[in-house]
Design a binder for this molecule. Structure first.
Ligand code: SF4
Ligand code: SF4
Ligand code: FES
Length: 237
């Protein structure tokens, strides 16, 4: 690879392939850029903004920005870290997140990001949304209270599983995950437990019914390692 195909992330040289995004190049070089709505098997959505970096004085989403030779990327300046911290706090305020009772606790990327950023509370008013839970499927539960509207399940279902089970409906704070089936429930949908859509949720919104709480504290991904060290390990195979 020629030397010109490199970018600088916080001063560290990172190689890239032509056409590759800053986030993809960083991941290959084991440079951690936080992200929640990105997954390598589906198209980019660019909605969570956790992957924001600063390039040439502008804040941009690294999952949407193509790398170009000599590009200098700020990934861990105080400004960028504070922006990400605010975004994480907003996600906690917008949903109902009671981690100790959550199936995904210890494996959840939102919780892991809160630990990573030392977040102990949110500065934003809690919204306490009332959203419908769906436990009609024999194997899978949808708890919309914890949904961060990342659209990963929607994209996985449409693009990889070829079933198109989900869409995001409503606008702004009223946005919610809609299920496509005869009566709008998961139980009547085509979703099956092996679908990528049933295994891609970064939080505890869409998860399996069986084997609940089978991993004890201490055995879960982020119990002993930070998300900065191991990344979004559960999802990115
Ligand atoms: Fe906590 Fe994550 Fe569950 Fe929300 S989804 S309650 S952040 S563990
Ligand atoms: Fe994202 Fe999970 Fe909500 Fe689907 S259920 S949109 S994967 S948070
Ligand atoms: Fe880039 Fe979500 S990962 S906006």
């Amino acid at each position: 690879m020629s030397n010109s195909n490199t970018i600088l992330i916080d001063g560290q040289e990172v190689p890239f392939e032509p056409g590759e995004t800053v986030l993809a190049a960083a991941k290959k070089a084991d440079v951690y850029i936080p992200h929640l709505c990105f997954h390598p098997e589906v198209t980019v959505h660019g909605s969570c903004k956790l992957c924001t970096v600063k390039i040439n004085g502008r804040c941009v989403s690294s999952c949407l920005t193509k790398a170009s030779s000599g590009m200098a990327v700020e990934n861990s300046s105080e400004e960028i870290l504070d922006l990400r911290k605010q975004l994480i706090e907003l996600l906690f305020a917008e949903g109902n997140h009671y981690c100790p009772t959550c199936e995904l606790s210890g494996n959840c990327q939102l919780q892991a990001l809160a630990y990573e950023f030392g977040i102990t509370h949110t500065r934003f008013p809690l919204q306490y949304p009332i959203r419908e839970m769906d436990a009609t499927h024999p194997d899978i539960i949808l708890d919309r209270d914890r949904c961060i509207n990342c659209s990963l399940c929607r994209r996985a279902s449409a693009q990889v599983d070829k079933k198109d089970v989900f869409s995001l409906a409503g606008r702004g704070p009223e946005t919610y995950l809609q299920v496509h089936s005869s009566d709008g429930t998961l139980g009547q949908s085509k979703l099956t437990v092996d679908d990528l859509a049933a295994n891609i949720c970064p939080v505890g919104a869409l998860f399996h019914k069986k084997n609940n709480y089978s991993q004890r504290p201490g055995q879960r991904i982020y119990d002993n390692q930070s998300i900065g060290e191991v990344g979004n390990q559960r999802l990115e195979r």
